[in-house]
Design a protein around this ligand. Sequence first.
Ligand code: HEC
Length: 248
Amino acid sequence: MNKITLPKVILTSVLSFYTLNASSGEELFNSKCAMCHVKTRPSDKSTLVAPPAMGVMHHIHMTYSNKKDAVAFMSKYILNPQQEKAVCMPKSIKHFGLMPSQKGNVTKKEAKIITEWMYEHIKPSKMMHNHGKKASPFLITKGLPHMTKLVKMNWDNPKLNLTQKQKDALVLVRKETMKGVKAVKPQAMQLEKEIKKMTLHGGDIEKINSLIDELSHLKAQASKIHVKCIQDTKAILSRQQLQLLMNK
Ligand code: HEC
């Protein structure tokens, strides 16, 4: 080896060591974390088994103001997850369960490399915390148009061209509908919660069944209000206006 190639060899190996390290944060994340923490915004939250990486980083950034503290916390947490220390929302932890310790799967050094990479490369973003499907107060939940929403979205659409008289009438329908739904919704939601709880805790089946009857009655009431709203709205609009709305 001559005088020029030796430093060159050292330089290249030092360089490749760093580039290797730089990409290995991502590689390590992909192989050890990404199966639970998805890297992109999920379109279907129902299949998630853990908070998406961007959501985790949102909470990390809200709690730790610099990289050093954030990385120190995260590398420790993944080897020893503890509910009291968690930055994730209690609701998320209840929904997903506590993260299983990665001890044995990830070394201390790797934990640091991965979390440093996360801190640098995962853009924090707030996730909406609606775990599971939102309960609906209606008995019929699909296939009927959401008239007041459609109308609201096109309130000043020149193509729809609502007259002042129509607008006044639509406001009244909307008011009446909202009032009606508001009157049954909280009660229905509360009942539904109770039924779920009783079912999971071995509650008396007779009692649960009578609550289900009560719930279906409330939801039927809400659906009747919904159907009336659709018909009242249709009666106010012209055939062309309706066609325009429904084709949206
Ligand atoms: C088997 C699934 C699973 C794997 C694998 C996993 N996590 Fe998690 N992780 C979770 C769950 C569930 C939570 C939310 C509950 C919690 O915070 O403990 C979480 C939370 C976190 C949090 C937030 C902790 C807090 O304060 O709430 C961080 C940071 C994190 N994970 C990093 C990682 C890293 C880095 C890896 C890869 C080395 C990894 N996770 C692998 C399931 C997983």
